[in-house]
Design a binder for this molecule. Structure first.
Ligand SMILES: [Zn+2]
Length: 229
């Protein structure tokens, strides 16, 4: 839940006067990802025609860096201060998912591509991030399949992704999910396909499931290799 605070802002246009706003506070710092509840240091607003925006400068006591929040302003009633709703935060968060050590070792390429897709998503590049997540998934599954079957490496590299999932991921729930997903089924071309505009959050959920399965299998494999027979 967002915290609301009453703040005073200076005008950026010379004809306007100082004004109060009720704003949502950002819940975490975009630079260090730490929970955050500070009030802004400085606030400026600008009105042009029908729109009004508020810019607030925040200081994070955890990482000692500043960031700016742009607010869209809505008037509630003439008896109350206008409301500021978070529109965007600068700089954008560069936080990326931290994967378990066994996944990082199995497929550094998966981790690299996944992180790039996440950054594309943060930047609002939703068409590109879908393709990125799809590519990351392919590396994860194929690197895992090759790890389990090193002799079949060449064959695995050329096999459609959905076939690799069917053959090498032995959790029924995951293979069923994969077969139902149009975005996994089509490997034939890199030309823009309809399903790539599908909600990529489905793909992220699938990657999460596959990643848990693979992680667990690798942990079991490692434990089995070091325990005495
Ligand atoms: Zn910070």
């Amino acid at each position: 839940m967002n915290l609301h605070k009453l703040i005073k802002a200076s005008p950026l246009s010379p004809d306007f006067s100082e004004k109060e706003f009720e704003i949502d506070l950002p819940s975490k710092c975009p630079l260090c990802d730490t929970a955050y509840g500070e009030i802004p240091l400085k606030n400026y607003y600008i009105s042009n025609y029908s729109e009004e925006f508020l810019y607030s400068l925040f200081f994070c006591p955890h990482c000692h860096q500043c960031f700016i929040v742009k607010y869209s302003v809505f008037s509630v009633s003439c008896n109350f201060p206008d409301n500021g709703v978070i529109d965007s935060i600068y700089p954008k968060s560069l936080h990326t998912t931290d994967f378990p050590e066994q996944i990082k070792q199995l497929s550094p390429q998966f981790v690299k591509i996944y992180h790039q897709a996440e950054l594309a998503e943060t930047a609002g590049l939703t068409e590109i991030c879908g393709i990125g997540y799809r590519k990351a998934l392919e590396f994860l599954i194929k690197d895992y399949a090759i790890h389990k079957n090193p002799d079949a490496a060449e064959e695995i590299k050329n096999k459609p992704l959905v076939k690799c999932i069917e053959q090498y991921i032995t959790a029924d729930s995951i293979t069923t999910l994969a077969k139902r997903s149009a975005w996994i089924g089509n490997d034939e071309t890199h030309y823009v396909r309809k399903h790539e505009t599908l909600d990529f959050t489905d793909m992220k959920s699938f990657i999460e499931a596959a990643q848990y399965f693979i992680s667990m299998d690798l942990v079991v494999e490692k434990a089995a290799s070091i325990s005495p027979k």
